[in-house]
Design a protein around this ligand. Structure first.
Ligand code: DGY
Length: 330
């Protein structure tokens, strides 16, 4: 029985890679930058499995070029880079890495929120550049957190973990949007489900945790920023395309909202000359929400488990499209 062939689209932690290498013939893309689409297509052409990252587009053309491909194991909880219906149609299983990055991501949401509210990036840059002249009663004034209202857009695992930190740590009142009510958030945090319009109008802090899909693309535009308080802080740790960035830049420039903290942008990387970097009230991190050693190791383990289950024809532990089961490629 030949060993399954697998392409891994970037070096991932050894905890996952060694488990894959023990059972499969592995080809790892060696560069820091992602494989260009044609290179990705060439490398998966005769593979049984693919470990993809959120920077790798897995679409119908790629799947058709790889007739043996049985599984796409995405090294991320989000899978907007994968055309899931196209995979399902072709009997290709898709796996992701939920749960293990919840805490790390919520920590970054809170970090960005505090940083933006208290103007840390701005004041630290001023200090370094010699603009710290004295202790100023009116210098670098920010926003308080205690007792303020937090609006969570998308009360899933990460939204809940973010709200839990801010409710228990700072006594924030929590309101949220979600398709269905979250009993956990309502019972444990006293959270109240509202429509987006009410959330935007009531919140002192808006933290975005929704998936990127056709209904959420561009969800935050000029009209939404206008509905927010002038003192509001906007945080996005989900996906960049949920936000109309020129509208956000204008809202920050004009004082329509107070500040923003972003871990995700559109595009990624955001080019250094982008207008958002020039705004002192916008702090931008390079998509590092899951970037802790333990979290990335745990993601690698889940990713390997999904991949190995996929090439063996077993159910994936974290299976995005279980409806592919009936048509699985042999
Ligand atoms: C994910 O897993 O979707 C994250 O964005 C990676 O940090």
């Amino acid at each position: 029985m030949p060993r399954p062939k697998v392409f891994v689209a970037r070096r991932i932690p050894d905890e996952g890679l060694s488990a894959i290498a023990a059972a499969c013939d592995v080809d790892v893309w060696p560069d820091r930058l992602p494989p260009p689409p044609d290179a990705l297509r060439d490398r998966v052409r005769d593979c049984d499995g693919l470990v993809s990252l959120l920077t790798d587009r897995v679409d119908a053309a790629l799947l058709d070029a790889a007739p043996r491909l049985k599984v796409v194991s995405n090294f991320a909880v989000g899978f907007n880079n994968v055309d899931v219906p196209a995979c399902t149609q072709r009997g290709v299983c898709v796996g992701n890495t939920p749960g293990v990055l919840t805490d790390a991501t919520a920590d970054i949401a809170v970090t960005l929120l505090l940083n933006a509210a208290r103007r840390i990036a701005e004041s630290a840059a001023d200090a370094k550049a010699g603009r710290w002249l004295t202790w100023e009663p009116l210098g670098w004034l920010g926003q308080d957190l205690v007792g303020r209202t937090l609006g969570i857009v998308g009360m899933g695992r990460i939204g809940f973990a973010t709200a839990k930190r801010l409710h228990h740590g700072w006594g924030m009142k929590v309101i949220y949007t979600k398709r269905t009510p979250s009993a956990e958030a309502e019972q444990q945090l006293g959270a109240r489900r509202v429509e987006l319009d009410e959330l935007l109008a009531q919140s002192d802090y808006v933290s975005v945790h929704a998936d990127l899909n056709p209904t959420t693309k561009g969800l935050f535009g000029a009209a939404q920023f206008k509905q927010m308080k002038r003192t509001a802080v906007f945080v996005n740790t989900s996906r960049g395309p949920l936000v109309d960035q020129p509208a956000l830049a204008e809202a920050l420039r004009s004082g329509t909202i107070f500040a923003a903290g972003l871990d995700v942008t559109d595009p990624e990387p955001l080019p250094p000359e982008h207008e958002l970097y020039a705004l002192p009230n916008c702090v931008i991190a390079p998509h590092v929400a899951s970037a802790t050693i333990d979290t990335r190791n745990a993601m690698a383990r889940l990713c390997a488990n999904n991949l190995l289950a996929g090439v063996r024809g077993e159910p994936l532990p974290h299976w995005v499209n279980p409806d592919a089961a009936a048509a699985r490629r042999k």
